[in-house]
Design a protein around this ligand. Sequence first.
Ligand SMILES: *Cc1c(COP(=O)(O)O)cnc(C)c1O
Length: 404
Amino acid sequence: MKRRNLIKGLGILPFSGSLLSKAASLNKSAEPPVTPKRDFFKELGVTPVINAGVTMTFLSGSLMAPETLEAINSTSHDFANMYELQDKVGAKIAEMLHVEAAMVTSGAACAMLLGTAACITGTDAEKIKMLPNLPGPRPEVIMQKTHRYLFDQAVSTTGAKIIEVTGPAEMEQAINKNTVMALFFNAAGSSSITHEDFVRIAKKHNIPTFLDAAADVPPVENLFKFQKIGFDLVTFSGGKMIHGPQSAGLLFGRKDLITAARLNHSPHEAPIGRPMKVNKEEMFGMYAALKAYLERDHKKEWEDWLQRAKRIGTKLETVSTVKTKTVVDPGPANAFPSLFVDWDESKVKIKAEEVLKQLKDGTPSIVANRREGTLVVGVVLLRPDQIDVVANRVKTILQKAATA
Ligand SMILES: *Cc1c(COP(=O)(O)O)cnc(C)c1O
């Protein structure tokens, strides 16, 4: 190269160089992380796990979006007044979700506890101080009998008693002067009262309604659907498909109730919600996660999930008798595609249960699921670099069983 050309070339380097590095860093989220200088998994002897399943609390929820991590890392170097931060983050989230008010909680279960507490105490300082040991009859929360689930213990933690009803008439009869709230579990297997009737009956008697939709995105529209129906409070988990911090969640809806919920929460020092503290990073992180989730190209993401399932399925079907199909869970929780894998057990001599065990016990450890005898390989929580790792491992296990 002539000297003049070299100089010319150098002249444009800083510009194109910075563009290149910016493009590279934008692409980082789609790539495996660079090997860290200090490997904390190794240092503590903790096994990193590939999640070929769905979001599960015991498996650390979901992987945080790059935007969530950016918010956490870039805000951790300064202090903030937590009242002000919750004000500002809450206002922004409320604006994004078209509701009066919102707050960041330490998860959907915390949101259920705080929402119930808010309905019991309002802004009464004495009641807030006494909860869960209020004098007099226990506050009552109405639920459909078929909606009872593990998480409703977050409601009873406030001291409230759950009253089970079946059908609109029974719901109406159950309402009395001790009734403080009506809780709707959105992903319940069956309902004897529709969302609309539930809200209508409660409103008629001035009883606040709460809807738990913790794991119910996608579709993204669900983040708007239930406040439109008229629910006074709604919760979504941060640690599920919104890809926020697993130790964060959203509670949103009526302003007076969010105000009361906040009085029952940290950073106030005494109330029932104080042990469910949310820190600055989780608040910024939850805000950034929600914003990124709302702005994401959901169609493209869905296409990507289908491609992943197809890619894994094609690999597995090279093993004799193995048949795969992509199945979209009807939801409302976990409404996304997974790969269902079946084979002729007289030819491929292994049960789905044993495949799961070998996946889990191998290196890297992979967690997948099964439905009866069908192996279910989840695709939505895999990092791009893990798609082939999972496909190859399942294939190797099935192949070995086919020649055994
Ligand atoms: C996951 C889940 C919760 C709890 O959410 P966290 O954010 O982990 O507290 C509550 N309800 C339902 C239906 C859930 O799926």
